[in-house]
Design a protein around this ligand. Structure first.
Ligand SMILES: Cc1cc2nc3c(=O)[nH]c(=O)nc-3n(C[C@H](O)[C@H](O)[C@H](O)COP(=O)(O)OP(=O)(O)OC[C@H]3O[C@@H](n4cnc5c(N)ncnc54)[C@H](O)[C@@H]3O)c2cc1C
Length: 387
């Protein structure tokens, strides 16, 4: 399928569906027409087309009802590719459509108080009981759990084998009895993420994604896609935070200095290198699943976002610092608020989706082929690990 064919499909779709009509019906129809994510298979919101052609669809449908990329980020960027790779046909048909339209929001139940960077040490237990699993444990930093209908959940099902084995991946019903979501307030003032307590939560076996004991491999697919989802954009030259900074630069010539000018140009070069590397990575994605190179993108994105938001605060020095620390806003809004807010929120960029230190380790070992970190516990049964 090429660009002209996609444009023709979009035109036909618009003849049959009025964008001014019901928003949800329009989005559902867009999914059914294969114009949700064109690189997904037919019947699952896609056309089995080249991933880059998605940009054509987005351009052609720019003035029509849109999905909420922020609130749906975990579903779109992480749950969907994992379900596509490991789900049964039934799971794909059940979950992908409402995930894409935003009728069902997803969250990610991976991190625990004792398992973050070393995720494989996680201890949330799932024990089989007939056709069901009983889950007990605690997750933390669960973004958007307070909005979520479903969660992607990694559990320990066999404590007798080393930590990377013995894990099983589930879709967690966030409305099931025993799921308790408690908000955590962060430096930006809002409670974007939560603690999630799971007590005797019963999940039917058909909510399992992948084989029993294969949860680590399934989780890797999620994590690699997460890094691309966080670090993969913006695809537009001078877009993202750079656009915000440039607008301020244009609006306030009185605040410019030679030193800031020099730094802005360096940041522009860095942003361009990051953007072009992103385009190259997306090309690789067409050939299969994202590889460890996605870690490089996420690392660059975090560095750049923090440098740009720091620059922005410094540039606005004479206009006053708008402190968000004690505000109590309901939701995250990266672009809708001032430089002070963005500066604080960008701090989390080098932690979420894998810290920058961990990403450097991955790049060193799996991209550059350098000697690996000593891993003394990799053959020790999980139950014997010190904790
Ligand atoms: C905004 C935000 C949103 C998040 N959303 C979610 C979510 O929705 N779902 C979810 O499951 N999790 C989420 N997280 C959690 C995130 O994935 C973890 O915070 C992250 O993986 C780090 O784990 P940790 O906080 O336990 O830190 P730790 O793993 O305890 O790390 C502490 C410090 O030690 C360093 N370190 C650890 N190991 C090594 C090593 N081997 N080599 C070098 N340095 C090392 C780390 O880089 C870090 O600086 C979110 C985090 C943030 C900030």
């Amino acid at each position: 399928m090429n660009e002209a064919e996609i444009k023709e499909r979009v035109a036909r779709f618009l003849e049959e569906h009025d964008p001014a009509g019901d928003r949800l019906e329009f989005l559902r129809a867009r999914f059914d027409a294969g114009l949700a994510w064109v690189w997904f298979p037919e019947g699952l919101g896609g056309l089995g087309a080249h991933r880059e052609l998605q940009q054509v669809v987005e351009r052609e449908l720019a003035d029509t009802p849109q999905i909420n990329g922020g609130k749906q980020g975990i579903g779109l960027g992480m749950a969907a590719p994992t379900i596509l790779a490991f789900g049964t046909e039934e799971q794909k048909r059940r979950f992908l459509r409402p995930l894409w339209t935003g009728e069902e929001i997803w969250c990610q139940l991976f991190s625990e108080p004792g398992a973050g960077s070393d995720l494989a040490t996680l201890g949330t237990r799932a024990v089989r009981d007939g056709d069901e699993w009983v889950v007990d444990g605690q997750k933390v930093w669960t973004s958007g759990a307070h909005h979520a209908r479903w969660g992607i959940l990694v559990t320990r099902t066999d404590p007798d084998v080393p930590k990377h084995r013995g894990m099983t991946y589930f879709v967690c019903d966030m409305q099931a009895p025993g799921v308790e979501v408690r908000p955590l307030r962060q430096i930006t003032g809002e409670a974007e993420f939560n603690e999630v307590f799971l007590t005797g939560v019963r999940l039917s076996d058909d909510l399992r994604l992948g084989e029993v004991g294969d949860g680590w491999r399934v989780a890797q697919t999620t994590l690699m896609n997460e890094r691309v989802a966080i670090g993969g954009g913006p695809s537009r030259r001078g877009g993202g935070v750079m656009a915000t900074v440039l607008n301020a630069w244009r609006e306030h010539p009185e605040l410019r200095t030679n030193d800031l000018h020099q730094r802005l140009l360096s940041l522009w070069v860095e942003a361009e290198v990051t953007r072009l590397s992103g385009a190259r990575l997306r090309e690789q994605l067409v050939a299969g699943h994202p590889g460890p190179e996605g870690s490089g993108m996420k690392l660059s994105f975090a560095r750049l976002n923090q440098a740009l938001s720091g620059f922005d605060v410094e540039f606005h020095r004479d206009l006053g610092y708008d402190d968000w620390t004690f505000r109590r806003s309901e939701d995250v809004d990266f672009f809708g608020r001032g430089p002070g807010y963005r500066y604080l929120r960008a701090k989390g960029n080098s932690i979420e989706g894998g810290t920058s230190e961990i990403l450097r380790n991955i790049i060193a070992e799996r991209v550059l082929g350098l000697p690996s970190e000593p891993r003394v516990d990799k053959d020790v049964p999980w139950k014997d690990l010190p904790r």
